[in-house]
Each structure stands twice: as C-alpha cells, then as structure tokens.
Design a binder for this molecule. Structure first.
Ligand SMILES: C[S@@+](CC[C@H](N)C(=O)[O-])C[C@H]1O[C@@H](n2cnc3c(N)ncnc32)[C@H](O)[C@@H]1O
Length: 243
C-alpha cells in the first residue's frame, strides 16, 4: 500500500471509523427453512467444538486441534462444499470459514460430522467475516477466498457488497506477502466492481495475462454450490497476489 493508502472510490463512504461503529449488515437472511432435526442437533453437539470466536483469532494457528503450516479464510462458505474439499486435499492447512447463514453452517457440519481428522483443521465463525479479519494479526493468512458473494445488484445496495476498499485493506493486512485473495463471480457487474477496486489497491497484484487465466477454474480450486447455479453468466475466477 502506498503512503496515502489505497485510492477510495466515490461511492464508498463506508467503514470510516464512525461508520465502522454503526457498520451496515452486508449479508441477507441468517435463517432459511426449518432445519432437519439431525442438522439442528449438530448445531449444539458439534458446532461449539469447532467455533472460533474473533477473540481467538488473535493467534489463529492455535485455534486448530493439530499443528498447521498455513491458515486460510473462506468468506461466506455457503453450504461448505468448497471448504470441505479444500480441507480434504490440504492436510497441512487450517481453514477458518465465516458464514452467518445458519442453514449453511448446518450443511457444513453434516459433511464434517463423521470426519474427525478434518474436524481438527476446520474452524467456523457463524457470523460476519469482517469480525475475524479485524481480529487476525497482520500477515497471518496465506489465503482469503470470497466465492460467488451476494451481488446486491441494486445501486442502493452496492454498499452491502463484500468487496469494498476498506475490506480489501483488512484482507491485505491479514495476508502475508505472496498470499492470495481468490474471488469468483458469475455476475459481470460484480466482476467489474471487484476488478476496479482490487486493481486500484496497491497491496494486490493480478498476474493474469490471457483469458484462460480467469475464465477457467484452476485445478486446485474446488467447485461450490453457487458456481453450479451460475445464473448470471459464465463464472470468472481471480487469483490476486498480496505484494
Ligand atoms: C451467494 S452465497 C455463496 C456461497 C458459496 N460461497 C458458494 O459459492 O456456493 C454468499 C454467501 O455469503 C454469505 N455472506 C454474506 N456476507 C457475509 C459476511 N459479511 N461474512 C461472511 N459471510 C457472508 C451469505 O450468508 C451467503 O451464504
């Protein structure tokens, strides 16, 4: 980041220190259809052991049940397909998932319930990812993933989009140099919004050179439920590097 910090875009009067106190809610509903009883049980039997409170994120590596080499954060994991697949294929990584939608958390718990090994390396914050980002020490993450975030298409709702310059500041602070911010969306307006902001932010570098670099999902990037839905257009996949 340069001496003057990242450039602000005009419509982002958000998250100044005053606004931060009265910060707006970014996400929509927290509850969906009534949970099946087995899912509801997991919220009381399994979730407490896997929960990471923001206060514990001050030492993120110690949150896990086993030593980990790297810590990754997934913002808004939905039903957890992507997070669970990453945990299966990256045994030395500790994964923190933040998701305020109770039904999504219950779905991830259903995937984790019989996998004691993976339970050691996954921690869940059933709430706003901003609280985890704010608590993490500088340079403590190797990867932050924001996949198919809610596009909030109406102009008056743009301030609820997760990608904002102030949140990019927080992501940049939490990532170590060389760490990655991975972003995907099928919404062309949100893609343009994100590129405009990330490329204006001094902390991030985008190495893509050809269309294939962003139009094809990398092999080490599992799919997610919203990718399968992709209602607005072909998904785009971005890997931004922390300088
Ligand atoms: C459109 S869904 C995508 C879910 C998943 N990433 C996927 O690709 O299938 C967006 C998710 O982000 C979550 N979300 C929205 N704002 C959030 C925030 N501030 N922190 C964490 N999760 C958030 C929502 O609850 C929702 O489940």
């Amino acid at each position: 980041m340069g001496e003057d910090g990242p450039r602000r875009l005009p419509e982002e009067g958000i998250l100044s220190s005053r606004a931060e106190r009265a910060r707006g809610q970014l996400y929509g509903r927290r509850k969906g259809p009534k949970l099946r009883s087995a899912q509801a049980d997991l919220l009381t039997s399994l979730l407490p052991a896997l929960t990471v409170e923001p206060a514990q994120a001050h030492q993120p590596r110690t949150c896990f049940g086993v030593p980990v080499d790297d810590v990754w954060l997934e913002v808004g994991f939905g039903a957890g397909e992507h997070l669970y697949a990453l945990a299966q294929t990256n045994p030395h990584v500790g994964l923190i998932g933040a998701e305020p939608f109770v039904n999504g958390v219950a779905k991830l718990l259903s995937k984790l319930k019989d996998d004691v090994d993976i339970q050691q390396r996954v921690r869940i914050h059933m709430g706003d990812a901003r609280d985890i980002l704010a608590a993490l020490p500088g340079g403590s993450l190797s990867r932050v993933m924001v996949l198919f975030p809610d596009p909030w298409p109406k102009t008056r709702h743009h301030k609820r989009r997760f990608i904002q310059m102030a949140i990019l500041d927080a992501i940049a602070a939490a990532l170590r140099p060389g760490g990655q911010l991975r972003f995907a969306s099928d919404n062309p307006q949100y893609v343009a919004w994100t590129l405009e902001r990330v490329l204006a932010h001094d902390a991030f570098f985008w190495a893509a050179r050809r269309k294939q670099d962003w139009s094809i999902r990398p092999a080490d990037w599992p799919s997610s439920r919203y990718e399968a839905k992709a209602l607005c257009g072909p998904p785009c996949y971005f890997v931004f590097e922390r300088r």
